[in-house]
Design a protein around this ligand. Structure first.
Ligand SMILES: N[C@@H](CCC(=O)N[C@@H](CS)C(=O)NCC(=O)O)C(=O)O
Length: 225
């Protein structure tokens, strides 16, 4: 019987590791956060010394298994939990459908991260463009259409739903109307966050609600900023 908890290394915030923490909670896999509070904590020494093929944050350590990339870590957690169904591994068609949806959500996250990382750009103008006419609008509309009246994005629970929740929650914190105006996405977000294991996680010490470090991005957790 394994007793050692999996270790998730990341900054002391939500960021990209939110997906993995939510996935741990969704699958009921215990884990320990290893927080890096300052750049020097990670870049100073540990990044050079840690035994990872591609040193980065987040990383996951499970005994001899060492994994990087937030999206791959989420898949590893599903496997660890014996939830191959969450990856569609029981059916080729499902596997592809989930992966397409997972990557669509990844695109959405990419647009938002790119926007907030551009500290010296015209944040308000770029945000309005992206949200009202650009790539964020298009992708949210497609995700809303794909979800339709279903409970889950592809019709059955998958890793794509966990990622969708994370990114919808980020957009909600940034611009609540973007989610509120798409009723099925708003209902999905409410439903997912009310799942007992997700609610418990969000009230636990493992949860972080700060998306980015203040001062390092064009946006921090204030709605409509
Ligand atoms: N594709 C990677 C991107 C990882 C990444 O960009 N990590 C950022 C934080 S979100 C970082 O600060 N990495 C530390 C480093 O570059 O060593 C993932 O999704 O995990």
């Amino acid at each position: 019987m394994e007793t050692e908890k999996l270790i998730l290394g990341y900054w002391d915030l939500r960021g990209r590791a939110g997906l993995d923490r939510t996935m741990f909670a969704f699958c009921g896999v215990p884990f320990t956060n290893k927080f890096y509070s300052t750049p020097v904590d990670w870049f100073g020494k540990e990044k050079q010394e840690i035994d990872l093929d591609f040193p980065n944050l987040p990383y996951l350590i499970d005994g001899d298994n060492k994994v990087t990339d937030s999206k791959t870590i989420a898949k590893y957690i599903a496997l660890k939990a014996g939830r191959r169904d969450l990856l569609g591994l029981d059916d080729d068609k499902k596997f592809i459908e989930i992966d397409v949806a997972y990557n669509a959500v990844n695109d959405l996250q990419y647009y938002i991260i790119k926007l907030v990382m551009n500290k010296n750009g015209d944040f308000q103008t770029e945000k309005t463009e992206l949200f009202e006419k650009g790539a964020v609008k298009t992708k949210l509309d497609s995700l809303s259409k794909k979800l339709g009246e279903n409970e889950w994005l592809t019709g059955f629970a998958s890793v794509a739903d966990v990622f969708l929740f994370e990114v919808l929650d980020l957009i909600y914190d940034m611009e609540p109307a973007q989610i509120e105006n798409r009723k099925n996405l708003a209902d999905f977000r409410t439903r997912f966050s009310a799942l007992p294991q997700i609610k418990a996680h969000r009230e636990s010490e493992d949860f972080r609600d700060m998306w980015f470090y203040p001062g390092m991005t064009a946006w921090n957790n204030t709605p409509n900023q």
